[in-house]
Design a protein around this ligand. Structure first.
Ligand SMILES: [Zn+2]
Length: 311
């Protein structure tokens, strides 16, 4: 069985607290492991969470404030120490290339792992693979910040009973998938007769930002949305001033964008009781809300039925 889940490594903004490490999130998506915004201490949080460095295939940074990137040196060096054999791709805002260069070479180590830099220069598709499309959108923060969206295309699921009934077997199945039809015993069988639509899944990662178009574009129809909610509404003016969201705004985004599961994170250390974040988001979003805690696992919801919503 393929695994699709979010491993939460850290949930604190700005400074770690006794209960919250700096940010850090690993999205396990079949064979991919996308590490988002590894803040300071991420390497040790991975140990607690049972995540091996070898499970990382991509590193995606939203921006270069320390709580989103100070974990890069440890993680990068660990890749080599553990002898990771596959290349790891790093995405980050191109305007911060000098910071990434320093983080990557922060101290002396024997570099054997292959780290491929793929800086984000403008919004749009930044990678494509078996996982689907990885898309970046510009956010609104005092320094350049990008959010990320993983979009798996809709496909078709073959129906074994229908295939058997129609006499399609062996290499003819592949041909049917490839060409959209196949000739069997002098009859033409269409793909639609032996398969059904299969809804692709979507994941979105929205970190430090005010409300802006990019937030809504990223969150659109996300099965799982991880979004910052640094502040509560009482401090909405601070949120706007420093380029952040409130939990109420995050809930509104989720409601307007047809999100299925909402994960709130990146909490300011000023709030001791995280449940208030859930209550504010629930004011407008009726779906499932998770107030993220360190070292937790959040499943990507099961596939959306094909007719349930638009894509
Ligand atoms: Zn931050």
């Amino acid at each position: 069985m393929s695994v699709r889940e979010l491993v939460v490594l850290g949930t604190g903004s700005q400074v770690p607290t006794r209960t919250r490490n700096h940010n850090g999130y690993l999205l396990r998506w079949d064979g991919e492991g996308l590490l988002f915004d590894p803040g300071e201490g991420t390497q040790r949080q991975m140990l607690f969470a049972g995540v091996a460095a070898s499970s990382i295939t991509r590193i995606c940074l939203s921006h270069f404030h320390g709580d989103h990137c100070l974990g890069v040196p440890g993680v990068v060096q660990r890749l080599s120490l553990d002898g990771v054999r596959h290349p790891v791709v790093a995405h980050y805002p191109a305007s911060g290339a000098e910071y990434f260069a320093r983080l990557r070479h922060a101290s002396v180590f024997h570099e054997t792992a292959e780290l491929v830099e793929s800086p984000v220069t403008e919004p749009g598709e930044i990678a494509r693979g078996a996982f689907g499309r990885l898309v970046a959108r510009r956010l609104s923060h005092p320094v350049e910040s990008f959010g990320y969206q993983l979009v798996e295309p809709d496909t078709r699921r073959m129906l074994p009973d229908q295939l058997a009934a129609l006499g399609v077997c062996g290499p003819a199945v592949g041909q049917l998938q490839r060409d959209g039809f196949v000739e069997v015993g002098g009859r033409r069988v269409e793909l639609s007769a032996a398969s059904e639509p299969r809804r692709g899944q979507r994941f979105a990662f929205v970190m430090d930002t005010r409300l802006c178009d990019g937030v809504f574009e990223l969150a659109e129809h996300a099965d799982l949305l991880v979004i910052e909610s640094t502040f509560l509404s009482a401090d909405a003016a601070l949120a706007t001033e420093y380029g952040h969201l409130t939990a109420a705004q995050a809930g509104r985004v989720a409601a307007e964008c047809g999100v299925r599961k909402l994960v709130l994170s990146h909490f300011s250390q000023r709030y001791p009781a995280p449940e208030a974040f859930r209550a504010e988001a629930a004011g407008s979003f009726g779906g499932e809300i998770v107030v993220a805690s360190d070292i937790s696992r959040i499943a990507v919801p099961s596939r959306r039925p094909y007719r349930a919503a638009a894509g």
